[in-house]
Design a protein around this ligand. Structure first.
Ligand code: DGJ
Length: 748
C-alpha cells in the first residue's frame, strides 16, 4: 500500500519505502504539512510531528483563545496569504470587491490507482503509482480546490499539482496558483540551480539559503536558457554521492518561478508554479483551472542519486512510450555545414557522404522554405523554396531514402517573419499590438493562444510529414515573447495570454505526436532555451545548446544531467575551429563528449580528409555498439568541470555488466602527476572487469576504491610513452565484466 489514511485523525501518509510524505487536516480545516523526506515507519498517528509553538506576542493567530495556532508558524500544504501567514502563498484567488483571502477547508479525499492525465498539459504517467486527491472547499468563494499527490511504486518520486473549480455563479479571478508548496522546518540547504544564457546553458550554480526570498524564474514565454525550471535543495553536508537532496522540476515550458522564502524563524517555504507576475486567470462559473505538475525527488544518495531518479522517471514515465526502447538514429544536420546556402545537389552529396560513414538520418535545417536566404524572412511560409530545391521536398526525401537514410526537417512553427506571405495575409496573427513591437532575430511570434492559428500550423506540418514521409522534426523557437498581447483575447483576459500560448504549443505537439508517433521530435529553442520536462513529454530529445564546442559542452552536458537523462541531450560532433568559440579540439575529444548523448554530426562531410573519415566511421560503429547502454544505463558524474581542469562521467548498465567512462582534461599540465587514476562508481564490487585495449583485468572494488589508471600525459620527459598530449585531451574506456574462465587467467 502506497497511501495510508487515518480517517479519524484525518492524516495521510504517502510512502513507498524510499520516501515519506505526511500531512493532516488542522483544526481550522486547512491542510497542514508534517513531514517530507526519507521513508518513515508507518504508525497510526503522526500528530506529534506538528510544530505547535506559541510564536511571539506580535504574531497573529486564527483563534482568539489559542495564540499558538498561527499560520505564521504552522507548516502547510497549500498556504494562502492574509490569514495570519505573511509569507508568499501558494494561491491567491478572489471575487470582485472582497478581500482576497481564500479559506480552503478540507472536504474529502479519494485514492486512485495509477495517475490520471492532466487535461491539456504534459505530465508524468504511470500505472505503477497511487494518487490521492484532497478536495478542499471555500464556501464564500464557492470554489473547490483539489490537491493531487502521486507516489510512484519503485521510485523516490512524488508529483504534485492543483486544480480549482468555480462551482458558484460569480466570476473568480486567480492571481497566483502554484503547482506545489512545501514548508521545510529549517533552512540548512544549498540552493542549487542550472542557469546561464544562450550557448552557456545550465551551468551549475550553488548558494546557501539565507533569510529572505531567493528564486529562479522566467518571464520570457519559454522556460529559458537563463534559468532551467529545476531546483535542488541540498543538505549542507551532502555531496555528489552522499547525503540528502530534494530535487524539484516543473513540467512546464513557459513563465515559471521556483522560490524559497526563509522566514524569521529560519524555516524555508518552497513554492513552484507559473510565475504570478502578469498572470490573471478568469475562472468563470463551472470552469476548472489546472496547474502544471511539479516533480519532487528525494535522494539520500546525494546529487547523483537525485539525478538517477529523475532520469529513470523521465525515461519510463515521461517521454512518449514509442521512444522508450527505440534506438535514436545517428544524424547529420546541415546547419553548421551550409547555413542558408544550399541546393539539392549539395544536400544530396552531403547525405550520400554521411551515409557512407554510417550515419542514419539526414536533417535539413533552416532555409528550405519561402525565400529564406538569411534570417530576415519567410517564417510562416511553410512551402518549399523551389529556387533551392527545384524538385521539391518530396524528391529530396526520396533521394535521401534511396541513399539509405531517413529524412528529417527543421520547423519553427511558432514564428512569423514580417517579411512573409503569411504576415501580409494575417498581420493580426502576430503577438503584440500594432503600435508597439519589439524584434528578435527579425521575427515575431505567432499567437498560439488562438486555436485557429494552431489548426493552420497543424495542417501545414501534417501535410509535409505525409508528403515526405518524415522521420524526424527539429522544432525550433528562436525568440522570446515581448508585448504579450493577443489581438483576439478580451482586455480582461490578457493576463491569460502566456499560459494560453503554451497550451496552444502543447496542443499542436499533442496532435502531431499522436497522429505520427513514429516521427522523432527534437525540441530546440535557439539551442537549449526550452530544455524542460514539458517539452520532453512530446520530444524525447532536445538540442542541448547551439554551442557545439566539445569543451563548453562538458559543462553544459554535466549541468543538464542534473535533471535530464543523457539520452535526451542532442550532442553533435562539429567542425573546427568551432563556430561558437573558434577553439580547435581533437576529433577524438569532440566524439568522446558527444557520445554521452544522442549522437550526431554537424559538419560538412565533404570537407573531411580520408583519415578523418576513417576515424568517424570508427566513432559511428562505436556509438552503435553502445547505444543501448547510453539509453538505458545509470549515469554517474565523477569529476565536475565546474571545479576542475578535468571532467569525468560514466554510464553503467543496469545489470552492472558493462560501463562506458568518459575522462576529459581541459588544459594540459606540464610535468603532471605520473600515477593518475580515476575512481569509478556504480560497478559490482566483486565482479571482474576488462578494460578495452588493456590486458589487465580489475575487480569492481579496485576500480572504485583505487581507480582506473589514466593514460600517461605528455610532460616533457615521457614523450614516447605518453598517450595524451596538448590541450583538450580525452579518453573513453569501455569496461565489460568477464566470465570466470577469462577472469582466472587475468586476475592472478
Ligand atoms: C537555432 C538552432 O539552435 C540551430 O541549431 C539552428 O537550427 C538555427 N536556429 C536555425 O535558424
Amino acid at each position: 500500500m502506497l497511501i495510508h489514511t487515518n480517517l479519524e485523525k484525518q492524516q495521510f501518509h504517502l510512502s513507498n519505502g524510499k520516501v515519506s510524505y505526511i500531512f493532516q487536516v488542522m483544526k481550522n480545516g486547512h491542510l497542514g504539512h508534517l513531514y517530507y523526506g526519507k521513508a518513515l515507519r508507518h504508525r497510526s498517528d503522526f500528530s506529534h510531528l506538528q510544530t505547535y509553538d506559541v510564536p511571539t506576542a506580535a504574531s497573529c493567530h486564527v483563534y482568539e483563545d489559542d495564540p499558538a495556532f498561527s499560520l505564521e508558524t504552522l507548516r502547510q500544504e497549500y498556504p494562502a496569504y492574509g490569514n495570519s501567514d505573511f509569507r508568499e502563498p501558494a494561491i491567491s484567488v478572489g471575487k470582485d470587491n472582497a478581500p482576497n483571502v481564500p479559506d480552503f477547508k478540507y472536504d474529502s479525499f479519494r485514492i486512485l490507482e495509477g495517475k490520471p492525465r492532466l487535461e491539456g498539459l504534459p505530465a508524468t504517467y504511470s500505472d505503477k503509482a497511487s494518487t490521492i486527491q484532497i478536495l478542499l472547499k471555500d464556501e464564500f468563494l464557492q470554489a473547490e480546490l483539489t490537491l493531487n499527490y502521486t507516489i510512484f511504486q519503485d521510485k523516490p518520486v512524488i508529483t504534485r499539482s492543483a486544480s480549482l473549480k468555480n462551482y458558484g455563479t460569480e466570476n473568480l479571478v486567480i492571481d497566483r496558483m502554484m503547482g506545489a508548496s512545501v514548508d521545510f522546518p529549517d533552512k540548512d540547504f544549498i540552493f542549487t540551480h542550472l542557469s546561464g544564457t544562450w550557448s552557456r546553458e545550465r551551468h551549475v550554480k550553488e548558494r546557501r539559503l539565507e533569510m529572505g526570498n531567493q528564486s529562479i524564474s522566467s518571464l520570457r514565454g519559454a522556460s529559458s536558457h537563463h534559468h532551467n525550471p529545476f531546483l535542488a535543495l541540498k543538505r549542507l553536508e551532502a555531496t555528489e554521492h552522499t547525503g540528502e537532496v530534494f530535487g524539484f522540476n516543473f513540467v512546464y515550458s513557459s513563465n515559471f518561478i521556483m522560490q524559497v522564502e526563509v522566514d524569521h524563524y529560519d524555516t524555508a517555504r518552497l513554492t513552484v508554479g507559473i510565475h504570478p507576475f502578469g498572470f490573471k486567470w478568469n475562472l468563470l462559473p463551472h470552469e476548472v483551472f489546472q496547474t502544471p505538475e511539479v516533480v519532487m525527488v528525494y535522494s539520500n544518495k546525494g546529487l547523483n542519486g537525485m539525478s538517477q531518479a529523475f532520469h529513470s522517471l523521465y525515461r519510463e514515465n515521461l517521454i512518449p512510450a514509442h521512444w522508450r526502447k527505440e534506438k535514436r538514429p545517428i544524424l547529420i544536420n546541415n546547419w553548421e555545414a551550409t547555413y542558408f546556402d544550399f541546393n539539392e545537389d549539395k544536400l544530396v552529396k552531403i547525405a550520400k557522404s554521411a551515409s557512407e560513414l554510417g550515419i542514419e538520418l539526414f536533417v535539413l535545417d533552416d532555409g528550405w522554405f519561402g525565400k529564406r536566404n538569411d534570417d530576415t524572412s519567410s517564417l510562416g511560409d511553410w512551402h518549399v523554396d523551389l529556387t533551392k530545391l527545384p524538385n521539391g521536398l518530396e524528391s529530396l526525401a526520396k533521394k535521401t531514402s534511396n541513399i539509405g537514410m531517413k529524412f528529417g526537417l527543421w520547423f519553427e512553427p511558432e514564428m512569423i517573419s514580417p517579411n512573409s506571405e503569411l504576415y501580409r495575409e494575417h498581420p493580426d496573427w502576430a503577438v503584440g499590438t500594432p503600435h508597439q513591437r519589439t524584434f528578435g532575430r527579425n521575427q515575431l511570434v505567432l499567437d498560439f493562444s488562438r486555436p485557429e492559428i494552431v489548426d493552420y500550423l497543424y495542417k501545414e506540418m501534417a501535410d509535409i510529414i505525409k508528403l515526405t514521409k518524415l522521420s524526424y522534426i527539429k522544432w525550433d523557437m528562436n525568440r522570446n515573447i515581448t508585448e504579450a498581447f493577443s489581438q483576439k483575447l478580451a482586455s480582461n483576459q490578457q493576463g491569460e495570454f502566456f499560459h494560453r500560448y503554451i497550451l496552444g504549443v502543447y496542443s499542436l505537439y499533442e496532435r502531431l505526436t499522436s497522429e505520427f508517433p513514429h516521427v522523432l521530435f527534437e525540441s530546440c529553442a535557439g539551442g537549449g532555451g526550452r530544455f524542460d520536462p514539458g517539452m520532453m513529454y512530446y520530444a524525447p530529445q532536445a538540442w542541448t545548446s547551439d554551442d557545439t564546442d566539445a569543451i563548453e559542452r562538458l559543462k553544459i552536458q554535466y549541468g543538464t544531467s542534473f535533471a535530464y537523462p543523457i539520452y535526451s541531450m542532442g550532442s553533435h560532433v562539429s567542425a573546427v575551429p568551432n563556430h561558437q568559440t573558434l577553439r580547435t579540439t581533437p576529433l577524438l575529444t569532440r566524439a568522446n563528449t558527444a557520445y554521452f548523448g544522442t549522437f550526431g554530426y554537424e559538419l560538412d562531410p565533404l570537407t573531411l580528409s580520408e583519415e578523418e573519415r576513417e576515424e568517424i566511421k570508427g566513432q559511428i560503429v562505436f556509438y552503435k555498439n553502445h547505444r543501448d547502454l547510453i539509453r538505458d544505463g545509470l549515469f554517474y558524474r565523477l569529476l565536475s568541470p565546474f571545479l576542475n581542469n578535468e571532467a569525468a562521467w560514466m554510464v553503467v548498465s543496469q545489470d552492472q555488466s558493462e560501463a562506458l567512462v568518459g575522462y576529459y582534461k581541459v588544459l594540459a599540465t606540464p610535468n603532471s602527476p605520473k600515477q593518475q587514476t580515476l575512481r569509478l562508481s556504480g560497478l559490482n564490487e566483486t565482479a571482474a572487469y576488462s578494460v578495452a585495449g588493456n590486458n589487465q583485468a580489475y575487480y569492481g572494488d579496485e576500480l572504485m576504491q583505487v581507480g582506473l589508471q589514466l593514460p600517461t600525459e605528455f610532460n616533457g620527459v615521457n614523450g614516447k610513452s605518453a598517450e595524451r598530449g596538448g590541450d583538450f585531451q580525452s579518453h573513453v574506456f569501455y569496461l565489460r565484466s568477464i566470465d570466470i574462465g577469462e577472469k582466472d587467467k587475468r586476475m592472478e
